[in-house]
Design a binder for this molecule. Structure first.
Ligand code: 13P
Ligand code: SF4
Length: 324
């Protein structure tokens, strides 16, 4: 872990922040009996201070198993909400409550209830990137690392609704040969990659491999040498003999890739426009400063209606059992 000492402007932060945030966070972890869980898309400083870094499934499993009293979730709202669903009696903190998810937002509960009603007899499998209300209306939750495995366990004659990500849904259909009714949601970050620029990059880096998250659109996925969750992409680039990778997912993951394989090169897949839109604007709302303040103030806290929590717990539990 780096021991970066931050210079804090008295003007913008009047006495609120200690100079060594890393040390202050370590001290708060002990006094609160807190664990810091961080997603791979978090800024490098947050990843370096975390007790556990993972993809959505690994973080949900870590939240299910922790004996800490406080869970500090450095990720987005649906991830922290999942931790709360699994730990109703623990304090779950999210450094910035506005850290939402564009994909989860594509699936409003009232519209999804009507969609379900229009497809009677369908089993509902929802990607974990959805609200607690959507989880409560689902039969099984999945993540990008277990979606194929879960769908393969469903009897072949059982019709399935898959929500909310149409790209992951289409990928699962291709992998399993199953037909599914797809909710037409998508992620603003994974939709932004340019097929043309990726192909051009591959021409100038002929030895490279393209690795992609299944939330990417089909024109990008068809060029990929490997498709997987963030954790699977990290594992793949360590095990592959290639020395260069074009990474079609949020570039926050490259921090761990670079640590795990310092002699390899990782090139972020370029977005369509000349912007930073391959960075998740929601994940990036969390900062080390906000993480420290959340621990110090024990807020903002994730809360939810108990009836929804109980209903949302069952499909998450089913996922954990089916992916064991
Ligand atoms: P992973 O489960 O692969 O980490 O995906 C989370 C996510 O939000 C991808 O956009
Ligand atoms: Fe949601 Fe996309 Fe951000 Fe993942 S990258 S948290 S799916 S907006």
């Amino acid at each position: 872990m780096f021991t970066t000492v931050r210079s804090v402007s008295e003007k913008t932060q009047p006495g609120a922040l200690p100079l060594d945030l890393f040390a202050a966070i370590e001290s708060l972890k002990k006094s609160l009996n807190a664990v810091v869980l961080a997603h791979y898309y978090q800024e490098p400083d947050i990843q370096d201070v975390a007790d556990y870094i993972g993809d959505s499934l690994q973080l949900a499993s870590a939240a299910a198993q922790t004996d800490a009293s406080v869970i500090v979730f450095a990720g987005v709202h649906f991830m922290a909400e999942t931790a709360k669903i699994l730990n109703p009696n623990k304090l779950v903190l999210l450094p910035d409550l506005d850290a939402g998810c564009s994909l989860a937002d594509t699936c409003p509960p009232s519209e999804f209830a009507a969609f379900k009603q229009a497809h009677p007899g369908h089993l509902v499998i929802s990607y974990i990137n959805c609200s607690a209300e959507i989880k409560a209306m689902s039969d099984i939750i999945c993540t990008s690392s277990n979606a194929v495995k879960i769908v393969q366990q469903i009897p072949p004659d059982q019709p399935i609704i898959f929500a909310p990500d149409r790209n992951l849904g289409r990928y699962v259909m291709q992998q399993t040969g199953r037909d599914m009714v797809l909710w037409q949601g998508s992620c603003i970050v994974h939709e932004t990659f340019s097929e043309k620029k990726i192909v051009q990059l591959r021409i100038t880096h002929p030895e490279s491999e393209i690795i992609a998250h299944p939330e990417c659109e089909e024109p990008v996925l068809r060029h990929a040498n490997y498709i997987g969750s963030t954790a699977a992409l990290l594992k793949y680039c360590q095990e592959s003999s290639s020395q260069e990778f074009i990474v079609a997912t949020e570039p926050g993951i490259i921090h761990q890739m670079q640590k795990a394989a310092p002699h390899k090169a990782f090139i972020p897949a370029p977005p369509e426009n000349n912007c930073n839109c391959n960075e998740c604007p929601f994940m990036r709302l969390n900062t080390l400063e906000k993480l420290y303040l959340a621990m110090k103030n024990q807020a903002p806290e994730i809360t939810m209606d108990e009836e929804i929590r109980v209903k949302a717990w069952r499909p998450i539990q089913r996922m954990l059992e089916m992916s064991a």
